[in-house]
Design a protein around this ligand. Structure first.
Ligand SMILES: Nc1ncnc2c1ncn2[C@@H]1O[C@H](COP(=O)(O)OP(=O)(O)O)[C@@H](O)[C@H]1O
Ligand SMILES: [Mg+2]
Length: 164
């Protein structure tokens, strides 16, 4: 999939879209993984945030971020998803209380094939491609992706939609 996004032009249809149903749908699709690990995803389903973007690309972005949050969480923990719309700026944060990352690992999150030592030593499988895709799709739509993380404490990934 990454190859497709790298070699081909991305064709998008930007429309005004509410992030809420997209997030709910992605959370719903993760039901099996979350119940297997006893993880609860907290999301205020009355929250709303309109952005100007391509809904199918947003779905890929949220699916990857939420899947990572679940994969790199400890069993029995929670994940908090926040939507925040203030004026023209929309922010969405996905916070987990999992394995976390060191500063030098955060710097490499978007590198293709990168997986931290801690990630590799979990049961979670992966190829280190998801975040490279997310970065490309986010750049393309003018969405900033910011990571805050502390090793063994958890990670917050924030999407900042810079223009409507
Ligand atoms: N929520 C998170 N908590 C801890 N580490 C993360 C998180 N999200 C991403 N990472 C780190 O970034 C790496 C790259 O992520 P990604 O491209 O999605 O690859 P994959 O999930 O296949 O390992 C992960 O292997 C992990 O080391
Ligand atoms: Mg991933």
């Amino acid at each position: 999939m990454l190859a497709r996004f790298e070699s081909e032009e991305i064709h998008t249809t930007k429309i005004e879209v509410d992030l809420n149903p997209i997030i709910q749908y992605c959370i719903h699709r993760l039901n099996e993984q979350t119940s297997d690990k006893g993880i609860i995803i907290n999301f205020d389903d009355s929250s709303k945030a309109d952005v100007f973007a391509d809904p199918s690309l947003l779905e890929i972005i949220f699916e990857n971020l939420l899947t990572n949050a679940v994969k790199y969480s400890n069993g029995g923990s929670q994940i908090d998803v926040f939507l925040d719309q203030s004026g023209e700026e929309v922010k969405c944060s996905i916070r987990d209380y999992g394995i976390g990352m060191k500063p030098e690992q955060i710097m490499r999150v978007f590198d293709r094939f990168y997986r931290s030592e801690e990630a590799r030593s979990t049961e979670a499988r992966g190829h280190g491609i998801g975040m490279a895709i997310v970065k490309r799709l986010a750049d393309f739509q003018n969405i900033e992706v910011v990571y805050k993380s502390e090793i063994s404490k958890g990670t917050t990934a924030t999407l900042i939609f810079k223009q409507k």
